[in-house]
Write a protein that binds this ligand. Structure first.
Ligand code: C2O
Ligand code: CU
Ligand code: CU
Length: 562
């Protein structure tokens, strides 16, 4: 079945399928993962000799889609078709600019033939995945219009939600903003066996902000601080809302915004149950009164909608906070970073025939349905299951952040192997005073294959006038690996410290991470291991406007002793 047939079939099956053609197409996860590990492929550039288990043709193209009522919006989008592999590997999402979700299983050998149908250079990066440098989408690998780049990699990451987006130098912000982004879900039998909600109750949600002109067209501007839209879209749709049953749901949330930070919470102060983060499930669920989610971060939540009255509507909000760095008239005057706003409404209904509002949110079904959970369990019932199962979250680098409910700000700093200071210099955001150079690697940016290191990021922009009114937040991201957060040091400046207090209790610092937020004045230490691949990889701020302005550097992994 090709991707358009999948979409069409979906559209015919459900009345909300105009919006959600993916429902109930479940992927047979939990089936054997029998692909032989092609260890000879590891550590080498894609060779082309490995027969892939999954082959996908992917294109970036100009398109249009209805977003607001009236005129359609011109967008750029990823389109894909499955050439080879299990049905459901490519899950197109109708009527949104988001690219199709890819569902992978650990061990699969994947080939993706990416063709650029845009009028400018681009390249695709698989955010969070551990892949060889030739498959990582580094900006030096950009391809021009109508050129094709072939990616080959083995799926080596843990089950979890990752994503893909463009990575051309200087143009990542505008390209992602126009619509180029999609989800990657890795799932396996062990995760499926945990009894977590599946199918319609496993909801991947991409949070983004956009600004439209009077003709429903996207407006974008580059600003030193970043870009903020004045409307919140979930899976590409405004006024996001969904009819849910009085049951437990899994909400997997990606902050796919260019610069906006979310402080997610229920307005009635019901705590959020967090079961996973960037690199998959935590060892055990934790509770947060709110969750702070910076650009590119993911959080995996369990929500029991039966705890509220059936018939009621619960609205997930982003609460007010300070220190987002858009104060003082910069950024977006309509919806500043740190404003309080609605993210998405959930109408709780046990009426099986309830039809969603016409603007119901598009939700791809990406989770396996091989082991459907029939009885609606309470959230609490899941907790021991996850806990007893374990999920390997503590394998890998030994770390002080062994427990899921790890509060990095309550831990002393250790001696770091290297420190990267983040500050503005000569009107540019820098890392250790440097900006991005395509091939350059400084002596303090070379690491050895097989080694473990602690890196310290220090957000050093001073407060006050010289510091752009308190500095800016920087979500730092490292390519090629998932790291552990091992400590955070609070800002020492009193204003920065009080700003930090408005977000820090929402950090999820346990588990595996590929992106970590540093508020102004904050220092964070992360621990990582450089495995399997040598070569050139990136680390950068994932505020996409900061990244485009050069707040990005290479690091090189070399053979020991070289
Ligand atoms: Cu999400 Cu270097 O990227
Ligand atoms: Cu990345
Ligand atoms: Cu930044």
């Amino acid at each position: 079945m090709n991707s358009s047939q999948i979409a069409t079939q979906g559209l015919n099956r459900r009345d909300f399928l105009r919006l959600s053609g993916l429902s109930a197409l479940g992927v047979a996860a939990g089936s054997a993962i029998g692909f032989p590990a092609i260890s000879t492929a590891l550590g080498k550039p894609a060779s082309g000799v490995v027969e892939p288990d999954v082959e996908i043709n992917l294109e970036a193209e100009l398109s249009q889609t209805p977003i607001l009522s009236g005129l359609e919006t011109q967008v750029w989008r990823y389109r894909a078709e499955l050439v080879k592999g299990p049905a459901g590997t490519v899950q197109p999402i109708p009527n949104t600019y988001l690219g199709p979700a890819f569902v992978f299983r650990p061990g699969q050998n994947v080939r993706i033939n990416f063709t650029n149908r845009l009028a400018e250079e681009t390249i695709v990066h698989w955010h969070g995945l551990h892949v060889p440098q030739a498959a990582d989408g580094h900006p030096r690998l950009v391809i021009g219009p109508n050129e094709t780049y072939v990616y080959e990699f083995q799926v080596l990451d843990r089950p979890g939600m990752y994503w893909y987006h463009p990575h051309p130098h200087g143009r990542t912000g505008p390209q992602a903003y126009r619509g180029l982004a999609g989800l990657i879900l890795i799932t396996d039998g062990a995760e499926a066996g945990l009894g977590l909600p599946t199918g319609e109750r496993d909801l991947p949600l991409v949070l983004q902000d956009r600004t439209f002109d009077g003709q429903n067209q996207l407006l974008y501007y580059t600003h030193m601080r970043g870009f903020l839209g004045d409307r919140i879209l979930v899976n590409g749709q405004p006024n996001a809302n969904l009819v849910v049953k009085p049951a437990v749901y899994r909400l997997r949330i990606l902050n796919g915004s260019n610069s906006r930070i979310y402080k997610l919470a229920w307005p009635d102060a019901t705590p959020l149950t967090v079961i996973g983060t960037d690199g998959g499930l935590l060892d055990a669920p934790i509770q947060r009164n709110y969750v702070t989610l910076a650009p590119a971060e993911r959080v995996d939540l369990l929500v029991d909608f039966s705890q509220w009255p059936t018939g009621s509507t619960q609205t997930l909000r982003s609460l007010a906070f300070s220190g987002g760095g858009f104060g003082g008239g910069g950024g977006n005057p309509t919806l500043p970073n740190g404003a309080d706003f609605a993210v998405m409404a959930f109408k709780i209904s046990d009426d099986a025939t309830a039809t969603p509002a016409p603007t119901a949110t598009v939700v791809p079904t990406v989770a396996p349905t091989a082991t459907p959970t029939t009885s609606p369990l309470s959230t609490a019932a899941y907790l021991p299951m996850i806990f007893s199962q374990g999920n390997g979250a503590n394998s890998g680098p030994p770390s002080v952040s062994g427990q899921a409910d790890f509060r990095a700000d309550q831990v002393e700093a250790v001696q770091a192997d290297r420190t990267f200071s983040l500050y503005m210099q000569f009107g540019q955001w820098t890392i250790n005073g440097r900006t991005f150079q395509m091939e350059a690697v400084a002596p303090d940016e070379i690491v050895e294959l097989g080694s473990q290191e602690v890196w310290e990021f220090a957000n050093q922009q001073p407060g006050g006038m010289g510091g752009m009114m308190g500095g800016m937040a920087h979500p730092m991201h490292i390519h090629d690996l998932q790291f552990r957060i091992i400590s955070r040091q609070a800002p020492t400046d009193p204003t920065q410290r009080s700003n930090w207090e408005t977000v820090k209790d929402g950090y999820v610092d346990g588990g595996w991470k590929d992106t970590v937020l540093l508020m102004p004045g904050e220092r964070v230490q992360v621990q990582m291991e450089f495995k399997d691949f040598t070569g050139l990889f990136l680390y950068h701020c994932h505020n996409l406007e900061h990244e485009d302005m050069g707040m990005m550097r290479n690091y090189r992994i070399v053979e020991p002793g070289s």
